[in-house]
Design a protein around this ligand. Structure first.
Ligand code: DQA
Length: 147
């Protein structure tokens, strides 16, 4: 199984940005954590980050036929982007929405997620561990599907 992990704006600043919300570990640490977990559960993984909405749309479109699932933290675009919702719905790859923080317990605008309705699951508030849970979710779905 091959997974694509996509991170939206400002996630490259993990460790620096609001550590009381997002923790003290940096983006490199997150990437290492994901790669280590991928090796443990036997999946291939590619990790990307961008600050640009259209780039996320391009990457989601290009994932078709290249990856078996997407772990997506759209960051702020979660709360604004119909384009990302449409891209995930169009491509039809199983996608898990991840948020490091618990978006349900923050400002009201963070409770809105456009992309959620096209995703197979949402994991929020589990810190960096949430990415690993998302990978496990996609792997177990994939294993069930190929039975
Ligand atoms: C986030 C939550 C979003 O509301 C925020 O804009 C982010 C990160 C999270 O991982 O908790 O940039 O997606």
């Amino acid at each position: 199984m091959k997974l694509l992990v996509l991170n939206g704006p400002n996630l490259n600043l993990l460790g620096l940005r609001e550590p009381e919300i997002y923790g003290k570990q940096d983006y490199l640490y997150l990437c290492q954590l994901i790669k280590q977990h991928a090796a443990q559960i036997g999946v291939e993984v590619e990790i990307r980050q961008t600050n640009h909405e259209g780039v996320l749309v391009d990457w989601i479109q290009q994932a078709r036929g290249q990856f078996d699932g997407i772990v997506l933290n759209p960051a702020a675009y979660t709360h604004t982007s119909v384009a990302l919702l449409d891209a995930v719905a169009a491509v039809g790859l199983p996608t898990v929405e991840v948020h490091i923080s618990d978006v349900t317990k923050r400002e009201a605008f963070r409770r809105i997620s456009y992309v959620r309705s096209a995703c197979v699951a949402t994991i929020a508030g589990h810190g960096l561990e949430g990415y690993l849970e998302a990978m496990d979710t996609l792997l177990s779905q994939w294993n069930r599907r190929s039975l």
